[in-house]
Write a protein that binds this ligand. Structure first.
Ligand code: NAD
Length: 297
């Protein structure tokens, strides 16, 4: 029987556990605050930002938001970032990607105070993660690790194939899983758009993590019996629905399910975990900045 990994349920448990930490902070007079920064008016980004704000409200994190005109010079965004770095009510913030073409996202990330960098993208935080001293684990890879923990997927000694080498998913996840740590100790293969014979790499794996952004790239023929399949992909494809599209992952769910020992659905797998881990990082940021010890899930 293939186990369907329920990201909504695991995320909900994490949010419940965070509530305790948020109460501890509140008792010490510190209410965690998360800000979102949106440059431009990309509708998908607007939706993500709204979701993040709603998530905050649900657990008692104060949410703040800053809009920057999409046509403004990069300096306007830098000014907003400087103000958030100086704002003691904001313990963490994210600059919603993508930023407009005339702004270099790397320049943006370098300006974020690393102690408020709840995405975990600042080079200081990336360096800490790689050297086994992570402060903020990026939300999606951390969410995947929490799914492994919840479903007793032991990565020690396992062959994990990650499809995708992005800075936000593939690279940090690979770095986390090779750490000499209880939730690491895996042998990791990272595939990307120039990989020759992707199917050979996915078939050789005990765990496949798909994060390529290509609808249904990986089907059942590319998966060996008993593999754990984690589908990070969220892709809009045209469909005969009210909205005119539907969301599909990077894995062809039905055929992969036939082979996998456990698999995440899309939606309802990794997505809710990413959202929960942003709250986790915000609570951690508040705990560090307010110097109040909390129990994190
Ligand atoms: P990205 O576009 O930055 O990177 C995609 C990676 O996939 C690249 O490294 C590329 O080399 C690789 N790739 C592309 N085509 C490939 C192919 N045919 N074979 C092998 N590798 C290939 O993407 P990203 O930001 O890492 O996001 C990946 C997917 O995950 C997207 O669908 C995105 O929407 C989704 N995502 C979901 C969450 C979540 O919370 N569920 C979070 C982040 C990203």
């Amino acid at each position: 029987m293939t186990e369907i990994i329920d990201g909504n349920a695991v995320a909900s448990e994490i949010r419940d556990d965070l509530t305790g930490a948020i109460e501890t902070l509140a008792d010490a007079g510190a209410r965690p605050g998360l800000a979102t920064v949106l440059m431009g008016d990309d509708p998908a980004s607007q939706t993500y930002v709204n979701m993040k704000q709603r998530d905050c409200e649900e657990v008692g994190i104060e949410s703040h938001h800053v809009d920057v005109d999409g046509d403004a010079p990069p300096e306007d965004l830098y000014d907003a970032i400087a103000a958030l770095n100086d704002d003691p009510a904001v313990h963490g913030y994210i600059v919603q990607a993508p930023v407009p073409d005339h702004v270099d996202y790397r320049d943006v990330i370098r300006r974020v105070d690393p102690i408020k960098d709840v995405d975990g993208f600042h080079p200081e935080n990336v360096g800490r993660l790689v050297t086994g001293d992570a402060r903020f684990r990026p939300c999606t890879p951390h969410g995947v690790q929490k799914l492994f923990e919840a479903y007793d997927v032991d990565t020690e000694g396992k062959d994990v194939t990650i499809v995708g080498r992005s800075d936000i998913v593939g690279k940090p996840l690979a770095n986390l899983l090779i750490q000499k740590a209880e939730d690491g100790n895996a042998t990791v293969t990272v595939c990307h758009s120039r990989t020759v014979d992707l199917a050979a790499k996915t078939r050789a794996a005990d765990v496949v993590v798909a994060a390529a952004g290509v609808p249904e790239l990986i089907d059942g023929s590319m998966i060996s019996e008993g593999t754990v399949v984690i589908d990070v992909g969220v892709n809009r494809v045209e469909a005969d629905t009210e909205k005119g599209y539907e969301l599909v992952g990077d894995v062809e769910f039905e055929s992969a399910k036939g082979k996998a020992s456990a698999i995440t659905p899309v939606p309802g797998g990794v997505g809710p975990m990413t959202r929960a881990m942003l709250l986790y990082n915000t609570v951690k940021a508040a705990s560090l900045q307010e110097d109040v010890a909390v129990d994190l899930p």
